[in-house]
Design a protein around this ligand. Structure first.
Ligand SMILES: Nc1ncnc2c1ncn2[C@@H]1O[C@H](COP(=O)(O)OP(=O)(O)OP(=O)(O)O)[C@@H](O)[C@H]1O
Ligand SMILES: [Mg+2]
Length: 505
């Protein structure tokens, strides 16, 4: 008897169809799984065998061969257990499939030895694949139901154990299982808000510009000046995620297995803050069974590098290419995995070893050579990826005691969204001002003769490099968009320069 059950596997975050082919014949009793599986898949044989025995269906003494097709792609994980288990029950004649469920659903689930079905990773990708393949839907562990319910326009059948499998195969009714409705977008709720941040108007304005144009920003300031506080609030002023972004980000968290039952969908832009002692693999991605790193977890959101100068040169250097391409490619013998990583970088650092350089004179205890050494630490490999650089001083006591409530995030966000609308039309939703190519800069950032003269003067006075000049144009475009201005005016250039002139390159 030759039977085919549909399931999935994934490489990186890309899900693909796996056909579990089951051949049962007379001959020397034997049970083998072939098709480039890793150890967890070969252990599947023991789990399935024991689970079936414990629910009263011991394997018959037959020659059983299971092939996981396509055999050319390496498979990992325990999510194929359920497909193998169901296939064996049908293949050995314990159950039949009168309603053609096996042809119409992708099956995912891990088995425990008593036949219970345990949750697995990668459900979102499986659901999307089922839709692409025009299947009716997916059969999932009950614990994955919430996550699976987020996938629009497919049917989801949740199972707790083999009793459920038996009643499903013998008593299925197509009408009884509703098709998932389009996902409901829960309004993002943040525990933080810019309303909590007193003063620091210059920093808030810079963060608004950064959020509007997708620009990377570096905050330099004394300990306790509010750098982390400001950075954490950036997601609260970014536009709501689109359906595509939500599905993309959820796929990432789904294969990482970090979706919690209360948040089956990623609807709030991620904020990731890896520690400077983190390994390169945990930040960039990789490992034996290639996993996404922090930069991919930050996709569609914010990557916050606190104490940027403390990150190793190697880590900062390895961020350059992914930041350029908005994706990271990890090669292994015989295959390559690509993860998306389109994030906004917010970096923070102290200005010097003691941290008090910007505080009233006398507080900084660093010597000139200390300052020079620290400057070198900050001007590391990714400084040229930073568009805005701002210095933050600690608030004065009377400013901290101020009772006035600051502008809430929701209001800032409205302006950011308005500025993004111009960019979405300009670049057909492909990218933001920060990612303008040389050609686009010419097209969308023309300067009047008077402003050209002004920029000539600025280049000379501030010794601006070509790179800095381009960044000033991009920033000016965003500042003009925030104002709803079609043209870049001198006032926009002046403000953009104020975020660049301290960067020494
Ligand atoms: N502008 C502000 N408005 C309200 N509270 C503030 C402000 N600035 C700082 N604080 C208070 O000071 C605390 C410390 O701020 P935060 O941790 O953001 O500083 P930091 O610059 O990141 O310091 P470090 O360099 O030590 O990491 C905040 O949690 C907040 O309670
Ligand atoms: Mg901090």
């Amino acid at each position: 008897m030759n039977l085919k059950i549909l399931s999935t596997s994934y490489t990186g975050i890309e899900t693909y169809l796996v056909e579990v082919e089951i051949d049962i014949s007379n001959g020397m009793p034997h049970f083998t799984i072939i098709g480039l599986g890793d150890t967890s898949i070969y252990e599947s044989r023991e789990r399935v065998k024991t689970a079936l025995k414990n629910i009263g269906f011991p394997l018959k003494p037959k020659k059983i061969v299971i092939n996981l097709s396509p055999a050319s792609i390496k498979k990992e994980g325990s999510h194929l257990d359920l497909a193998i288990g169901i296939g064996l029950l049908v293949g050995m004649g314990f159950l039949s499939d009168p309603f053609n469920i096996l042809k119409n659903f992708l099956i995912m689930g891990e088995l425990s030895l008593n036949g219970d079905i345990k949750s697995v990773k990668g459900i979102i990708g499986a659901g999307i694949l089922a839709k692409e393949l025009n299947l009716k839907g997916i059969i999932v562990p009950h614990d994955n139901l919430l996550e699976a319910s987020a996938i629009p326009n497919i049917k989801v059948i949740p199972l707790k154990n083999f009793k459920d499998v038996i009643s499903l195969l013998s008593d299925y009714s197509d009408e009884d299982i509703a098709i998932n409705p389009p996902p409901k977008f829960i309004m993002q709720k943040f525990e933080t808000d810019f309303a909590d941040v007193k003063g620091q108007e210059f920093a808030k304005r810079a963060l608004e510009i950064a959020a509007a144009g997708g620009h990377n920003i570096l905050l330099i300031g004394s300990p306790g000046s509010g750098k982390s506080m400001l950075a954490k609030r950036v997601p609260t002023i970014l536009p709501f995620m689109t359906i595509e972004e939500t599905i993309e980000s959820t796929k990432i968290y789904s294969v990482m297995g970090t979706l919690s039952p209360d948040t089956p969908l990623i609807t709030a832009r991620p904020f990731r803050s890896p520690h400077h002692t983190g390994t390169i693999t945990s930040i960039i991605g990789g490992g034996r069974t290639v996993k996404p790193g922090e930069i991919t977890m930050a996709h569609n959101g914010v990557l916050f590098l606190d104490e940027m100068s403390e990150f190793s040169h190697e880590i900062l250097e390895s961020l350059r290419q992914p930041m350029e391409d908005n994706c990271v490619s990890i090669a292994r013998t015989g295959f390559r995995v690509t993860f998306p990583c389109n994030f906004m970088l917010v970096a923070a650092s102290n200005p010097c070893f003691c941290g008090n350089l910007f505080e009233p004179s006398g507080e900084c205890t660093c010597s000139q050579s200390d300052l020079n050494r620290y400057q070198k630490k900050i001007s590391g490999p990714i400084l040229d990826r930073i568009d805005l650089y701002i210095e933050i001083k600690k608030l004065k006591d009377y400013e901290l005691l101020e009772e006035k409530v600051s502008e809430p995030s929701a209001e800032i966000k409205l302006r950011v969204e308005k500025a993004r609308k111009f960019q979405n039309i300009r670049f057909s939703n492909k990218h933001l001002n920060s990612d303008m190519s040389g050609k686009e800069l010419k097209k969308y950032c023309p300067l009047s003769l008077e402003n050209k003269d002004f920029m000539k003067l600025s280049i000379k006075s501030f010794s601006l490099s070509g790179r800095s000049f381009d960044k000033i144009l991009k920033l000016s475009r965003t500042i003009a968009d925030l104002e709803g201005s079609k043209t870049i005016e001198k006032i926009h250039l002046l403000e953009a320069i104020s975020y660049r002139k301290k960067i020494l390159f």
